[in-house]
Design a protein around this ligand. Structure first.
Ligand SMILES: NC(=O)c1ccc[n+]([C@@H]2O[C@H](COP(=O)([O-])OP(=O)(O)OC[C@H]3O[C@@H](n4cnc5c(N)ncnc54)[C@H](O)[C@@H]3O)[C@@H](O)[C@H]2O)c1
Length: 458
């Protein structure tokens, strides 16, 4: 069968593989290949046990795999066969040298660009799917177009706005798709070729075209704004705890103002995930580079408030557990950075667990999807932590429960049964404000929500 377009994606992670599975599902006339250097991951993508958990992803992959979606480790062949190449490799925070701890580490991106160049015999469109610093396209153009073969590459920015936990839904009906290019005739032509792909299922008025720098910077800005809302509400949660105001009531009153909106106003133990922290640090680094120190500091505080909120949670536990957690069993319910994913990157649970271990608490971690990742995150302290998929068993003999992920199942647990199995007085620290606090208090628990007056029996 001849396909209308041959599309390649380099990087089969949380973004690359689901995005390509959606393109394959919506565009049966296109051949979509996904390649990765990680052979184990590719093996998993081709098996019944996909390497990541996302609601609806199994069905999407099953429907398309082998039909017009192909996942392999054959990067060079993929590059040779395709003329539109999405690059969705990881862009973590740089851990060394200049900009360590802030700048984006672009080594994976640059390596990929050079590999594309080596294996190309004709013109290609390269799509930045990874989140990148503003003006990365310029560097990529220099690397790619400085070739002696006379091949021309157009670099397009098409950042991904999906959220883990709802990736399939977000890909199927995105709020918007952003596609940026140079405003030259070739740039606009390349941009239109990418618009054409998404127009197969996304309403044309949701596909935004822009210049390439706006597109790159929009992604960093979107993540900065989302994280800023969380840090804003979390900062007020601390004030609520001092004044008997209730953070959920405030979020509801403030969010009903249509200029503010109600999303992302849920107070919690802090945000996690692979993107918010790294993207804001990257934004901070870029601003510093342009001498915009006040702007850099403004955004840096979004991260500092988040770290402070995580630390505050630990100190609150310590203060209320009679200033000692040494030898006490603490059950952590939820380790993923949010519900409906097994991803634990930068999860607040990592920070809280390590803080509790420093206090010599005995930790038991429960999570429906994230225990494998939790084991990896805590590999250096596994002798101090137990992992238990069953939340009831995790809670047995515990002095306190800490809810760190908003999994729906934690709202449905039989807390009477749990209360009976715990050491008394029994404590619940609800780091996601998802439980019925009054009901738990009436059962006998001492309850410590975020941004609300604690309910204590003493
Ligand atoms: N995870 C999210 O929710 C999300 C959302 C939007 C944007 N992003 C951005 O998308 C990009 C990818 O994120 P992710 O979460 O999918 O990362 P990931 O770590 O899950 O996946 C990246 C993949 O790229 C592969 N890779 C690295 N170098 C390679 C190379 N030279 N050749 C082939 N494969 C290579 C890795 O093996 C890995 O499987 C990042 O820039 C991230 O900021 C992520």
């Amino acid at each position: 069968m001849t396909f209308e377009k041959n599309i390649l994606c380099i990087g089969a992670g949380y973004v690359g593989a689901p995005t390509m599975a959606m393109i394959a599902a919506k565009c049966p006339r296109y051949k979509v290949q996904v390649v990765d250097i990680d052979r184990e991951k590719i093996k998993a993508w081709n098996s019944d046990q996909l390497p990541i958990y996302e609601p609806g992803l199994d069905e999407l992959v099953k429907k398309t795999r082998g039909r017009n979606l192909f996942l392999s480790a054959e990067i060079e062949r993929g590059i040779q066969e395709c003329d539109i190449i999405f690059v969705s490799v990881n862009t973590p925070t740089k851990g060394f040298g200049q900009g360590a701890g802030k700048a984006a580490d672009l080594q994976f991106w640059e390596r990929t660009a050079r590999q594309i160049l080596e294996n190309s015999a004709g013109d290609k469109i390269i799509v930045e799917k990874s989140t990148l610093p503003v003006r990365t396209a310029e560097a990529m153009e220099r690397i790619l177009n400085g070739n002696p073969k006379g091949i021309h590459f157009d670099v397009i920015s098409n950042p991904e706005f999906l959220a883990e936990g709802s990736a399939v839904k977000d890909l199927e009906s995105p709020d918007r798709v952003l596609i940026g290019s140079r405003e030259t005739p070739e740039g606009v032509k390349a941009r239109k070729a990418i618009v054409e792909i998404y127009a197969n299922w996304v309403d044309r008025d949701r596909i935004i075209e822009s210049n390439v720098w706006s597109s790159e910077l929009s992604k960093l800005t979107a993540n900065a704004f989302l994280a800023q809302r969380i840090s804003s509400i979390n900062s007020i949660s601390a004030l609520c705890e001092k004044t008997e105001a209730d953070i959920d009531e405030i979020a509801s009153a403030v969010g009903m103002d249509s200029r503010v909106g109600r999303h992302f106003l849920k107070a919690s133990v802090g945000f996690g995930g692979s993107c918010f922290k790294k993207d804001i640090l990257n934004l901070v680094y870029i601003c510093e580079g342009y001498g915009l120190i006040e702007v850099a500091q403004y955004w840096e505080w979004v991260i500092r408030i988040n770290e402070w909120q995580e630390r505050r949670f630990i100190l609150n536990m310590l203060a209320n557990l009679f200033n000692t957690m040494a030898g006490k069993k603490i059950a952590i319910l939820g380790f993923a950075f949010k519900a409906d994913t097994g991803d634990t990157r930068e999860s607040a649970a990592i920070y809280v667990t390590r803080g509790l271990i420093e206090e010599h608490a005995q930790i038991v971690i429960s999570d429906p999807k994230a225990l494998d990742n939790a084991r990896k995150d805590l590999h250096d302290v596994v002798d101090r932590v137990a992992f238990e998929p069953d939340p009831y068993k995790a809670a047995e003999g515990a002095h306190a429960l800490a809810i760190l992920t908003e999994w729906g199942l934690y709202k449905e647990l039989d807390y009477k049964r749990i209360f009976k199995s715990m050491v008394h007085p029994a404590f619940i620290f609800d780091g996601r404000n998802i439980l019925d606090h009054k009901r738990l208090f009436d059962m006998g628990f001492n309850v410590f929500p975020i941004g609300k007056t604690p309910l204590k029996h003493f």
